[in-house]
Ligand binder design. Structure first.
Ligand SMILES: C[S@@+](CC[C@H](N)C(=O)[O-])C[C@H]1O[C@@H](n2cnc3c(N)ncnc32)[C@H](O)[C@@H]1O
Length: 281
């Protein structure tokens, strides 16, 4: 490994290195970094250079590019590049529509949902809370919620299912009592999702733009929210087409509020609401 010459400063991420890295990130993960993200990339990569002992961005770029798509450092880099912002019951209207209008199409069945680009799991566990109640009410026979992400570190958090106490604000009161365990630590209060719901989830490190595609193909619902925004139009179209393949006929695809597929709805699905699509029967 060439770690560059020892200097007191790390220098700048040159235009050439920005172009090499952003092209690699785009081709491998579909994440589009325009030129205006140059300094953001530089800042976010700095801790990686420091940790590994590189003294120039150029040497770091060589190292990552040599490792390629499946390299350990490639995943470390993507951990710092991707935006993992999420929250419980984010864009709440989708959960209301799911419960009141869409789920009744599949009453009495086992419900399979995929949260594509699930980050630290808040979307997955919000869905399990809703489905847990639907099961208790006798509307559905059982359920499982899959989540995938490219970031291994964020998926570790999802599997642990421990969250800062402040995050519960967006969780409806009726679920808090049933599905959350509170830590006794008063200085660093956390909550944990109950084991009954954790047991109804599966987290997989998988790239939505990669060749490997191990997700089941019998989902009634695929949620892919606030993830497509990082892709360009062409990649969005490819990813949406891929997600639709994993739906059963009549299944629903739910995108984030800012991600409507205006003028690029793939064949085989129709628009139900601006960000909700149904696969043809
Ligand atoms: C902003 S979060 C959205 C989380 C959640 N869906 C929500 O709406 O709150 C976007 C997530 O997509 C993941 N992501 C980005 N590109 C991806 C790809 N090519 N394959 C899988 N996940 C990806 C990121 O790592 C990040 O955790």
């Amino acid at each position: 490994m060439n770690k560059g010459t020892i200097k007191s400063e790390y220098g700048q991420l040159s235009d050439r290195d920005f172009r090499r890295l952003s092209a690699f990130i785009y081709e491998t993960f579909g994440i589009y970094l325009p030129e205006k993200k140059h300094y953001l990339l530089q800042n976010r990569l700095l801790p990686r250079l420091q940790k590994l002992g590189f003294t120039s961005y150029s040497a770091y770029a060589d190292y990552v590019l040599q490792q390629g798509e499946h390299g350990e450092e490639t995943f470390e880099m993507i951990n710092v590049v991707s935006t993992n912002k999420t929250e419980f019951f984010r864009e709440k209207a989708h959960f209301d529509i799911l419960q009141q209008e869409l789920l009744p199409c599949f009453y009495e069945q086992k419900i399979n949902i995929w949260s594509a680009g699930c980050s630290s799991g808040e979307e997955v566990y919000s869905l399990t809370m809703l489905l847990g109640d639907e099961k208790s009410a006798g509307h559905i026979s059982d359920f499982i919620v899959y989540g995938n992400d490219i970031s291994g570190r964020i998926l570790e958090k999802a599997v642990k299912a421990v969250y800062p106490y402040q995050e519960i604000d967006s969780i409806p009161e009726k679920y808090r009592r049933k599905y959350l365990m509170r830590s006794k630590n008063r200085t660093n209060a956390t909550i944990r999702i109950v084991p009954e719901l954790r047991g109804k989830t599966k987290f997989v490190r998988e790239n939505l733009v990669g060749k490997r595609d191990t997700m089941p193909r019998d989902f009634q619902f695929v949620f892919c929210r606030n993830t497509l925004i990082y892709f360009d139009k062409e990649t969005q179209y490819k990813v949406v087409s891929r997600l639709v393949e994993h739906l059963i006929p009549g299944g629903f695809l739910i995108l984030g509020h800012a991600e409507s597929l205006v003028n690029q709805v793939p064949e085989g699905i129709k628009t139900i609401y601006p960000t909700i699509y149904q696969k043809d029967m």
